[in-house]
Design a protein around this ligand. Sequence first.
Ligand code: NAD
Length: 500
Amino acid sequence: MDSFNPDDVAIRSGHFIGGEYVDEDERGDERRIEVARPSDGVIYASVPVAGAGMVDRAVENAWQAFRTSGWARMAPRERAKILRRFAGLVEADAPFLGRLESLGSTRPIAQAVGWDVPFTAEGIRFYAEFADKVGGDVAATDHDHLGMTIAEPYGVIGAIAPWNFPLVMASWKIAPALAAGNAVVLKPSEMTPFSVLRLAELAVQAGVPAGIFNVIQGDGRVTGDELVRHPKISKVTFTGSTRTGAAIMAACANSGTKPVTLELGGKSPQIVFADAPRLDDVARRIAGAITGNAGQVCVAGSRLLVERSLAEPLAERIGKVFAELKPGATWAAGTTLSPIISAPQAARIEGIVGRTLEAGATLRFGGVRADGGAAGGANGAFYTPTLLTDVTAHSEAVREEVFGPVLTLQTFDTEEEALALAQHPEYGLAAGVHTADLGRALRFVRGLEAGTVWVNRYGRTSDFMIPTGGYKRSGIGKDLGRQAYEANLRFKSVLIDLRP
Ligand code: NAD
């Protein structure tokens, strides 16, 4: 994928309600938020902030569309056909959608076009295939009764997405909700608000009825909160930080109650035993799991736990992989190290690393701002991949989700010690175990308090059937898999007396 000029990409801002953009003069929004490009800090657009009135308009529109457009009632295979067409349009739009995604986010263009857009399209296709597969069950009752559960859509789903993979994270919410026959009102992050508008446009082009997929813009405090509390929102699905997740859960309890799916933060361990096969590959995997998207990944493998004898050779190899990465603007073809989303977030990373060093840690690699200027990223916030050793479970960089390319290394001598170090007091999103010993790998699969365990690999494949979601404070419920589809349905019980 070639480099491109971000100023050449047409940005369409606003809310998308009832199948169209809401015009400037009829908005009545209270204020606007400026949107900056992480790669160079340039403010390139702004978004309106939907207040209570605009949120109400979007949800009412969705509710009417849910009741009257026929989306929920149509033959599920027809719904699937429209969603497959939607997926095809997303795929075909990769040259534009990839640029739109890339320019204002942390996603380098090669990855946005090569992964984010096709993965979004395939996720929509995956859930389209579910549309006629889950209708309910017939219960084993006595002969004189017929008992059933009937699967029904909720109505209007309120979806709130983070900035780190704007299209993919939103699609994990939207695709199962739509396939199950719901309407959706989506609020993207105010830092990455534009690519999902294009997604909503393409949905309408594909034949999703107007009003079934709506996008509202704004911040969390006003727009997100109004959306979650709206009485006609039947269910909320959220991906973001643990703190926001807790606030949303409280808002759901106080305005409903409403069911809620929460995909939250993590502090995931990578456990490497001395018998792990192919050390060079392991090093590449470990480095990749903390530098992909510059560590701004919920499942970033941020805590390296390594058997003592392997610590030095592994650290050395990880340092070599770190050194290969090229920071630069997301629109430069050769960029392999993403910018940090914003200057305050880069300062936060610096603060955590600085305080961890002051408390006695050793800096093996990185620990400074990187220069993205050579590849168009002047004035962007870049941070060098960092490895900290001589840390403990109490070190700030070991405890806190950094959301940056910062890896800590702790050593262990026994399996028991490794397992104890791996358990985080709060988070339980994912973990990686690297060993040639199958029994040991499975003991860790059983023992780890984590929603996902990868063995001799780290990160997702394109197996959408495998759900993702956290244990402990990393979340409630799942995205992807059958579970996420079923979480967009409610089940009605029916019991019929058959006696004459
Ligand atoms: P965030 O919690 O700051 O914001 C996420 C979204 O919530 C944004 O759209 C924001 O506007 C909205 N929001 C904020 N306050 C709100 C409120 N009170 N009510 C309603 N909405 C509100 O998170 P972020 O910085 O955008 O994303 C990074 C976080 O997301 C990290 O903690 C990361 O681990 C997590 N994450 C988790 C997963 C997962 O699958 N578990 C995936 C990606 C990111």
